[in-house]
Design a protein around this ligand. Structure first.
Ligand SMILES: [Ca+2]
Length: 311
């Protein structure tokens, strides 16, 4: 049997997707069992956090049947918040990154369309720069050849909702995903090793450097930041408790994720709405809002709706 999988945290389903390039995104299919006894195990390339999971059988032989189990794992939240003038520096002088492979995974949420999420540059000219620009995620990387490779994924990421990021590299092959939409690319140039021997910055940089296309540091929260097997924020907390903090330096960060004063609301479907309670019997009401849409048709609907509502 072959099947597609969908995930939901609320009422909207999102299928498991794979992007081959910026024009081609297809629903990812999973192989199921081929007989009544053999177990078929599927591993997700990107971790999934969802309230509901929907199975969509697409192909089967003879009679349709499936027995399915999902293996979860415990959830721990190690979070840091950043205010645009914050940063976390992770010292690489004593233990530099000199690898053919690396794995970076974290979650973030923000209200800002631009910001530096992660940056590191070595003395041989290698760098990795992960940033939000115009509410999309951009990864710029150079393995030392002086040629930048740029990958971009995601859209409308400044909606104050949690987004999952995964970057996995094997020599020149790189996988980059935001919210389970996966892009695969190949890093340009002759080199295949990432040499970072100064510092890794999270949430901001002290000054603008090669590979960065935005001037702002990140504003928002970063949760469960993994560099290979190390949970950086947890490691930072533990070293502060034991007094062995020699690798980390942090500026203006908090170990919590405060709600911002303005909370944007995303209307995902044509039927979505928000209702305010507690204004009955009042003869006048002042309201103001800012909105953003990617669809011109809906823009006119909003204007009509506002006119009906206000007059
Ligand atoms: Ca290199």
């Amino acid at each position: 049997m072959d099947m597609g999988l969908g995930f939901a945290g609320g009422s909207t389903w999102s299928p498991q997707l794979r992007s081959y390039d910026q024009h081609l995104t297809v629903e990812l299919m999973f192989k199921g069992n081929i007989d009544g006894d053999t177990i078929k195990l599927n591993k997700f390339e990107v971790p999934i956090i969802a309230q509901w999971i929907r199975i969509n059988p697409t192909r089967w032989r003879d009679r349709i049947s499936l027995r399915l189990e999902l293996y979860g794992c415990g959830y721990v939240s190690d979070v840091l918040s950043f205010n645009g003038s914050s940063l976390l520096r992770y010292d690489l002088l004593r233990e530099p990154i000199e690898t053919d492979r690396h794995f970076i995974r974290f979650r973030f949420k923000t209200n800002n369309a631009d910001g530096v999420l992660m940056y590191s540059r070595g003395t041989q000219g290698d760098y990795i720069a992960l940033q939000l620009k115009d509410n999309r995620m951009i990864l710029n990387i150079d393995l030392g050849s002086g040629i930048m490779t740029s990958l971009s994924v995601g859209s409308l990421l400044d909606d104050n909702m949690w987004h999952d990021v995964l970057i996995s590299r094997n020599r020149k092959n790189i996988s980059f995903s935001v919210d389970r939409v996966l892009i695969k690319g190949r890093i340009k140039g002759e080199f295949h090793r990432l040499d970072l021997n100064r510092a890794l910055y999270i949430g901001g940089v002290p000054n603008k450097q090669d590979g960065l296309v935005v001037n702002q540091n990140f504003t928002g929260c970063i949760e469960n930041f993994y560099l290979n097997a190390t949970s950086i924020i947890r490691d930072l907390k533990e070293t502060e408790i034991t007094g062995e903090n020699l690798r980390y330096y942090k500026v203006n960060t908090l170990y919590s994720c405060p709600e911002p004063p303005i909370i944007p609301v995303t209307f995902l479907t044509h039927g979505s709405y928000a209702r305010l309670k507690g204004y009955e019997g009042i003869s006048s009401l002042n309201a103001s809002l800012t909105f953003r849409t990617t669809k011109i048709k809906e823009l006119f609907c909003i204007i009509n709706l506002l006119q009906t509502w206000l007059w």
